[in-house]
Design a protein around this ligand. Structure first.
Ligand code: SF4
Ligand code: MG
Length: 390
């Protein structure tokens, strides 16, 4: 399948009073159209920042300081190539090389995001239906006049809370948008959507509100849905239902999903390919089989060793003694950042940053000295090659 996103050398930093936090460093990522790509890691590993960087949701004091984010969209490429030829390569557009206005115009229609906490995406004083219909309206206006993206941009930029400050009390929602909101609620499995469209967020259960947030995110028929810990706050049964829903929606719409989670059970259930993140880097990536069955990186092994519950109980992983290192004033690239916790660390690991290395399997890449050729060969030797102690 063709790539929809190619991220090269992405670095995102936060300039705080305490110092510079290098949340994401020199990260490469490739996502295929129509796949579910998982980014898994402990909290503090940089996975949410990566997702937010890709869809331009980094706000001050955060900043993308380096890298390229190539998005495959022929129409967009055609629209920007005259003004920004350097930002276009075939049907790909480097989103970091076009004006912010262009990036923002993609929000909702090309990229959409759902979060762990649906309450924060809904204004409690407006009905669920009004808020979904607003998202529909914003997309309609934008697509009616694709070159004039400003109105859409400003209104959509901070989600529905801003939308509702634009329309403080009265809703200017057309009947068509309301109908579409009902369809979207139905699509995500809200019972009696014709009734429930007029209810307020507090009248929805947590699982229903999660579905409603997904409906809102689908209003612009996004190409890429970014789901950041979408089920972490839900109980196990509801979690399974929401994952099933995402799975069905992905199949029906063909959209691409970038799924951020700390839960390997969720990855196993949902994803086609996965990247394991540690200290702002992807340390191992590949197909599910590569990462679950043939992993090389000791961090991946640690995560898998501590997998809490394959059905996804939502418990925090406690994989390996120690914590993700603080990324404050953390200089990337002088050593392996897992060395302090790694049971296999050797001297090399402290003096050389490991590069990505293939393991022989096409998609499988690992950032660890153990992936280098000599170790790959050593691993390929029969288990008794080194003899046994007894
Ligand atoms: Fe462990 Fe060394 Fe691999 Fe880092 S490079 S994960 S310290 S073996
Ligand atoms: Mg997070």
């Amino acid at each position: 399948s063709e790539d929809i996103l190619r991220v090269n050398g992405l670095s995102t930093r936060f300039f705080t009073e305490q110092g510079q936090v290098n949340a994401v460093s020199d990260l490469d990522l490739r996502i295929e159209r129509g796949e579910v790509f998982g980014i898994v890691g402990e909290s503090g590993s940089g996975k949410s920042v990566t997702a937010r960087s890709v869809i331009d949701l980094i706000e001050s004091p955060g900043e993308i300081t380096d890298g390229e984010i190539w998005f495959n969209d022929g129409d967009l490429a055609e629209a920007v190539v005259d003004d920004h030829p350097e930002a276009v390569d075939g049907s790909f557009v480097n989103l970091l090389a076009v004006p912010e206005r262009v990036r923002r115009s993609l929000r909702g229609s090309s990229f959409s995001m759902i979060f762990q906490d649906p309450e924060s995406s809904f204004n409690p004083s407006l009905t669920v239906g009004e808020q979904i219909a607003e998202a529909v309206e914003v997309q309609r206006r934008a697509s009616a006049n694709p070159r004039s993206t400003r109105a859409k941009t400003q209104e959509y930029s901070l989600g529905s809370l801003v939308l509702s400050s634009v329309f403080p009390s009265k809703k200017y929602v057309s009947e068509a948008s309301r109908e579409r909101a009902i369809e979207l609620l139905e699509l995500v499995g809200i019972p009696d959507p014709v009734e429930r469209v007029d209810e307020y967020p507090h009248e929805y259960s947590g699982g229903m509100l999660q579905r409603a947030m997904i409906a809102q995110a689908l209003a612009g028929e996004p190409d890429v849905l970014v789901a950041d810990e979408p089920t972490t706050a839900l109980d196990v049964t509801i979690q399974a239902q929401v994952l099933d829903l995402l799975d069905e929606l992905q199949e029906e719409t063909g959209m691409t999903i970038l799924l951020i989670t700390h839960n390997l059970g969720v990855v196993a259930r949902m994803c086609d390919r996965v990247g394991v993140m540690y200290a702002g880097e992807i340390v191992e990536r590949g197909t599910l089989e590569d990462v679950f069955d043939d992993h090389v990186h000791p961090y991946t092994a640690g995560l898998l060793g501590s997998i809490p519950d394959l059905e996804g109980a939502g418990g925090r992983l406690e994989p390996i003694p120690g914590n993700v290192p603080s990324l404050l004033d953390h200089e990337m690239g002088d050593r392996c950042y897992f060395a302090d916790r790694c049971p296999k660390a050797m001297e090399d690991c402290l003096s050389h940053p490991p590069e990505y290395d293939g393991t022989g399997s096409e998609e499988h890449e690992v950032r660890c000295v153990l992936a280098t050729q000599e170790y790959t060969e050593a691993r390929a030797l029969p288990a008794d090659h080194f003899g046994t102690d007894d």
